[in-house]
Design a protein around this ligand. Structure first.
Ligand code: HEM
Ligand code: HEM
Length: 178
C-alpha cells in the first residue's frame, strides 16, 4: 500500500465484485419465479453460479484486508462521516457474505446441489425440505435490498467526496492512480 491508495489487487477485487453484482441483480430480476417443482437450470443456474463466485471473491477480499494495511480515511473527514463510511463498508461486507449463504441454504432446502463455477459440488448446509431453509429465501430477498441500499449510500458517498468535498478519495479506488 503506497500513498494511502488501495493496491492493484484490492482495486481489481472491488471492481470485480461491482461487475458481478450488476450481472447478479440483472439475472435475479429476469430469472423465472421459483416454485416447488422448479429445476435450477438456465438463468437460475447462472444465479447460483455467479452468487457463489461473489462469495468466493469477497472471502478473498476480506483475507486481503486482514493481511494488509487499509489506507486511512482522509484526515480532515468529520468523525460522523468517517463512522458512516465505516459502518457502510461493514454492512456491505456483511451482506456480501450473508446473502450468498442464505441463497445457498434456500437452494439446499429446495433439494438443489449448489456448484462452484457450475462444476464443483458444494456441501449441503441444510437438508432437503428444511422448513427454515425455505424461509431463508424471503430473508435472502430482504438482505438483497439491504445490500442495494448500502451500495446506494456508498456510491453517494463516493460522489460526495468527488464533487462536493473535492478530495482524493474516489481516486484511491480507481485504476492507474496512486
Ligand atoms: C451477492 C449475491 C446474490 C445476490 C445479490 C442475490 C440476489 C437475489 C435477488 C434480488 C433475488 C430475488 C429475485 C426475485 O425478485 O424474484 C434472489 C433470489 C434467489 N436467490 Fe439470490 N442472490 C445472490 C446469491 C445467491 C446464491 C449464492 C444463491 C444460491 C447458491 C442464491 C439463490 C437464490 C434463490 C434460490 C432465490 C429464490 C428465493 C425464493 O424465491 O425463495 N442467490 N437472489
Ligand atoms: C460506482 C460504484 C462505486 C464506486 C465509485 C466506489 C468507490 C469506492 C471508493 C472510492 C472506495 C474507497 C473508500 C476509501 O478510500 O475510504 C471504496 C471502498 C469500498 N467499496 Fe466501493 N464503490 C462503488 C461500488 C461498490 C459496491 C457496489 C460495493 C459492494 C456492494 C462496494 C464495496 C466497497 C467496500 C466494501 C469498500 C471498502 C474497502 C475496504 O477498505 O476494504 N463498492 N469504494
Amino acid at each position: 500500500m503506497t500513498n494511502g491508495t488501495y493496491n492493484g489487487f484490492a482495486k481489481l477485487l472491488h471492481w470485480l465484485v461491482v461487475v458481478l453484482l450488476v450481472v447478479q441483480f440483472a439475472v435475479a430480476w429476469t430469472m423465472p419465479d421459483i416454485h416447488r417443482d422448479t429445476k435450477p437450470v438456465d438463468l437460475i443456474a447462472w444465479h447460483l453460479s455467479v452468487g457463489m463466485t461473489i462469495l468466493l471473491v469477497v472471502i478473498v477480499r476480506l483475507g486481503w484486508r486482514a493481511m494488509s494495511t487499509v489506507p486511512p480515511p482522509p484526515a480532515d473527514l468529520p468523525a460522523p462521516l468517517r463512522l458512516l463510511a465505516q459502518a457502510t463498508h461493514t454492512v456491505l461486507y456483511g451482506a456480501l457474505i450473508v446473502l450468498p449463504l442464505l441463497g445457498w441454504i434456500n437452494a439446499n432446502a429446495r433439494g438443489w446441489t449448489v456448484r462452484l463455477f457450475g462444476m464443483f459440488p458444494m456441501p449441503s448446509l441444510v437438508e432437503s425440505g428444511s422448513g427454515w431453509g425455505h424461509d431463508m429465501g424471503d430473508v435472502h430477498q430482504i438482505v438483497a435490498w439491504v445490500l442495494l441500499g448500502a451500495a446506494g449510500l456508498h456510491v453517494a458517498g463516493a460522489l460526495y467526496h468527488q464533487f462536493i468535498l473535492r478530495d482524493a478519495t474516489l481516486g484511491r479506488m480507481l485504476p492507474g492512480r496512486g
